[in-house]
Design a protein around this ligand. Structure first.
Ligand code: UDP
Ligand code: MG
Length: 319
């Protein structure tokens, strides 16, 4: 056996949406990182419906460097599905998922590979600091990650984004999961195996603007909660129980007061309170039905069983 066939291959999965100013630098920095390692890289660039010069750059680079692979999706399917496409098709012994905007420093990949070689199947990169993000987004992210670890049934790494290394076993496990609502961070924790973390400082975006404004981030957070937690459903149950007990108790109390203790007709302002109460309770019901609706929608989405993404062109074979 020659030395080459023992060289392990690490796929670098890069989903991108209009990142023409970032991709060349990302490619250069990753190449530099791998120059110092014994593993060989396989770049898997996933075009998630870009309209700028990103895809032409990727195609041109793929023509020059056989380590560069690409998958062009038929339209924008969203970050999480673009990652899924890359994971399905990559051929590495391990894969690292990294954002195209250089917020995740490629140099951390070397640390992840050290842990992987030490036997860990999943290596989460945990942000010790976030640069260049709004105060509100940072605060909400902080609260969200801690809330999630409280209300979900599985152990989820706090402050880990999508920047992580997955060994082949973990990749195969994740690829076997067909669900439509893919919250990769949750799924990666759910599969188990031996998992560990490396710390890093999250940089500011190198160029371009974020494709995850606050509203989209909140949508991702809601997706995460309904995918991995039954707590909102239990919350409805407790709330309903509390409301029923309270209203029955108050009803009995008023009945006794007005009929046996206080003589005369009930005070007039009771109608006002009653109206308020009706509004309050019906509002609450709508809120609860909204939560239920979220779950029912998910059942509907899963049942449709549509493919997660469609590929327009790629130089990777399906596995
Ligand atoms: N991205 C994508 N499809 C989308 C949105 C984003 O492939 O619909 C890519 C984007 O190009 C980047 C990564 O996902 O490489 C993370 O997005 P972004 O940096 O905009 O999110 P943020 O870091 O601000 O949360
Ligand atoms: Mg970013």
């Amino acid at each position: 056996m020659n030395a080459n066939s023992e060289t392990k291959r690490v796929s670098i999965i890069v989903p991108f949406l209009n990142e023409q100013d970032n991709l060349p630098l990302l490619y250069a920095r990753c190449t530099q990182v791998f120059a110092a390692l014994e593993e060989e890289p396989e770049f898997v660039f996933i075009d998630d419906g870009s309209t700028d010069g990103s895809l032409p750059w990727v195609l041109a680079t793929a023509a020059k460097d056989p380590a560069v692979k690409y998958i062009q999706l038929s339209r924008n399917f969203g970050h999480q599905r673009a990652i899924t496409a890359g994971m399905n098709r990559c051929t590495g012994d391990a894969a690292v998922i990294i954002d195209a905007d250089l917020q995740d420093p490629p140099e951390v990949i070397a640390d992840m590979i050290v842990k992987w070689k030490a036997g860990y199947e999943v290596v989460h990169a945990v942000r010790s600091e976030r640069k260049g993000e709004s105060g509100l987004k940072k605060l909400l992210a902080h609260v969200f990650y801690r809330l999630m670890s409280q209300i979900t049934e599985i152990e989820m790494t706090v402050d880990a984004g999508d920047f992580r290394l997955l060994g082949r076993k973990a990749l195969d496990a994740l690829n076997s999961m067909p669900e439509q609502h893919r919250y990769m961070r949750g799924l990666a924790s759910w599969i188990g195996f031996s998992q560990t973390t490396v710390e890093y400082v999250r940089d500011a975006r190198h160029a371009g603007v974020t494709k995850y404004p606050l509203v989209k981030s909140i949508a991702l957070a809601l997706n995460a909660i309904t995918s991995f937690s039954g707590t909102p459903l239990r919350f409805i149950f407790y709330l309903g129980t509390l409301l029923c007990t309270l209203s029955i108790s108050i009803g009995i109390y008023l009945f006794i007061i007005w009929n046996f203790i206080q003589a005369g007709p009930p005070p007039h302002e009771g109608t006002t309170y009653l109206t308020l109460a009706i509004f309050f309770v019906s509002g609450l019901q709508m809120l609860c039905m909204g939560i239920l609706g979220q779950y029912i929608r998910r059942v509907f989405d899963e049942i449709k069983d549509r493919p997660l993404y469609l590929i327009k062109q790629t130089n990777l074979r399906s596995t």
